[in-house]
Design a protein around this ligand. Structure first.
Ligand SMILES: O=C(COP(=O)(O)O)NO
Length: 250
């Protein structure tokens, strides 16, 4: 299983930051203290990965926010798994809703990206989540199971995967899912894994929640049995608040 901690908290910095702001964020993270049983990962924009990898405490691993579906080459604008490994990056976020609904990435393409990244030794934060209209139409489970199946159809193993359930209607909106809403989907995802992969994978795979998590709501969410941590966007750009969220999960 990826990492050794029972819990996992990721910080998705998205397309944010400058050299100066990121140096300050790294300094704040280097000064923070963290509970021992939480694996921590931050995902800077590509152009700052090397800077962050070379200045951030080893207590925190570094992730890309995307990677190419195969070996590098004539794919203008893409970043290969080999290049990420070359600079010591250990993780990659794949299937984020912004890449599905803004960039247009499809389930199968995302599943194949995850398979390639894992086969080349990167660990994967595998994102899934429904749109508001899909939830309002009662399709939350159908959509999440379909996205989860697309990973299951291709990945060679579940050992180095963390699943991130991020309802699209909660991302960046301030409308965080209630602990009950999140727990209901996490339980359904774990049950899907048990039925379609194995009881062991269902038990060992960490399922984390993302969508307007902050220092004020993380502790309540973390009390739910099947919420194993968070994938944090906006609040991860503030070092002290991100540390509060990390320390709220245990
Ligand atoms: O997209 C998200 C969540 O973003 P926010 O915390 O800003 O809602 N994580 O990957």
């Amino acid at each position: 299983m990826a990492g050794t901690g029972k819990f996992f908290v990721g910080g998705n910095w998205k397309c944010n930051g400058t050299k100066d702001s990121i140096k300050k964020l790294v300094s704040d993270l280097n000064s923070a203290t963290f509970e021992p049983d939480v694996d921590i990962v931050v995902a800077p924009p590509f152009v700052y990965l090397d800077l962050v990898k070379n200045t951030l405490t080893d207590r925190i691993e570094v992730s890309a926010q995307n990677s190419w579906v195969g070996k590098g080459g004539a794919f203008t604008g893409e970043i290969s798994v080999e290049q990420l490994k070359d600079i010591g990056v250990q993780w990659v976020i794949l299937g984020h809703s912004e890449r599905r609904h803004i960039i247009g990435e499809k389930d199968e393409f995302i599943g194949k990206k995850a398979a390639y990244a894992l086969s080349e030794g990167l660990k994967v934060i595998a994102c899934i989540g429904e749109l508001l209209e899909e939830r309002e139409a009662g399709k939350t489970f159908d959509v999440c199971f379909q996205q989860l199946k697309a990973y299951a159809d291709f990945v060679p193993s579940w050992d180095d995967i963390v699943i991130a359930y991020e309802p699209v209607w909660a991302i960046g909106t301030g409308k965080v899912a209630s602990p009950e809403q999140a727990q209901e989907v996490h339980v359904a995802l774990r049950d899907w894994l048990k039925k379609n992969v194995s009881a062991e994978v269902a038990s060992k795979t960490r399922i984390i929640y993302g969508g307007s998590v902050n220092g004020g709501n993380s502790a309540e969410l973390a009390k739910k049995e099947d919420i194993d941590g968070f994938l944090v966007g906006g609040a991860s750009l503030k070092g002290p608040e991100f540390a509060t969220i990390v320390n709220s999960v245990t």
